[in-house]
Design a protein around this ligand. Structure first.
Ligand SMILES: Nc1ncnc2c1ncn2[C@@H]1O[C@H](COP(=O)(O)OP(=O)(O)OP(=O)(O)O)[C@@H](O)[C@H]1O
Ligand SMILES: [Mg+2]
Length: 247
């Protein structure tokens, strides 16, 4: 069965994309055919890390202009993973991002339907894991990604604003949509060894990853799980993958 994860957060900049990309590489390295889809249509990131070779963007698929397979770029050979690692890129053109504002409910409803069909097609093509990288908060596209997922991975940091919004998302969105959830505490500033929390708001905490300046200062194209598997961040990601697999 194909597992679909939405990597989401209440606030921006919590580390969703870093975690989504590294998790996708970790799954593919462990032999799972994986597809990472950039559904952060308002702030595309994947195209600044990898070069698309496909002729279409995920935006085209959501608008009904192509099939999901037309949007895929396989980076297995580049990254050297055991299984396929497909990427589906969001269009970074400013005009495309601006046009999102004018997309109405009908477009968003069509996009959700497309996403559900795309998920089915990817499952039929033998994908084991699909990961949606999302926009923060409750934009339509993020809620569509959550709705189309089997499980939401909430990337959280310990600012009070993030904490209160995360609680609202859990009770007001994920629970209403009946989604399985788990939290990753990222950019933690305290001493991880002191931590005893295993859950928050009734949701399991998969990992607490410290704030490490060198993560932010390393090259944007670098995927630590691939280039530096002994790094603490990479080890956390692999342990998160292992935990997700048995949830
Ligand atoms: N544990 C960490 N310690 C320090 N820096 C981190 C950590 N995790 C991620 N970062 C850095 O934080 C910045 C934001 O990360 P990222 O782009 O993954 O967040 P995001 O949630 O996807 O942001 P957005 O909401 O804008 O899409 C990046 O520069 C990244 O390298
Ligand atoms: Mg991001």
């Amino acid at each position: 069965m194909t597992l679909t994860l939405a990597i989401h957060s209440s606030k921006g900049g919590t580390g969703k994309t870093s975690i989504a990309v590294n998790l996708a590489v970790a799954f593919a390295a462990s032999g799972k055919n994986t597809c990472l889809i950039d559904l952060d249509l308002r702030g595309p990131s994947l195209c600044s890390m990898f070069k698309p070779r496909s002729h279409f963007w995920i935006n085209d698929f959501l608008s009904g202009k192509c099939s999901i397979k037309d949007t895929l770029t396989d980076i297995r050979d580049e990254v050297g993973t055991k299984a396929h690692l497909y990427l589906s890129f969001s269009n970074p053109e400013i005009g495309e991002i601006r046009d999102l504002v004018s997309k109405d409910r009908d477009w968003q409803a069509g996009a959700l339907k497309a996403l559900m069909n795309g998920k089915k097609e990817l499952a039929e093509r033998g994908l084991d894991v699909i990961i949606f990288d999302t926009s923060p908060g409750v934009e339509y596209e993020s809620i569509n990604a959550v709705a189309a997922s089997d499980m939401v991975i909430i990337v959280h940091n310990d600012t009070s604003a993030c904490t209160s919004c995360t609680e609202q998302l859990i009770t007001g969105v994920y629970s209403l949509l009946d989604k399985k959830c788990a939290i990753i505490d990222n950019m933690y500033h305290g001493n991880c060894l002191d931590l005893i929390d295993k859950e928050r708001y009734g949701v399991p905490i998969l990992a607490t990853i410290p704030c490490m300046c060198e993560i932010a200062t390393r090259s944007k194209e670098e995927v630590l799980v691939h280039t530096d598997p002994d790094h603490m961040f990479s080890k956390s990601i692999v342990s998160i993958k292992d935990k997700i697999e048995i949830m």
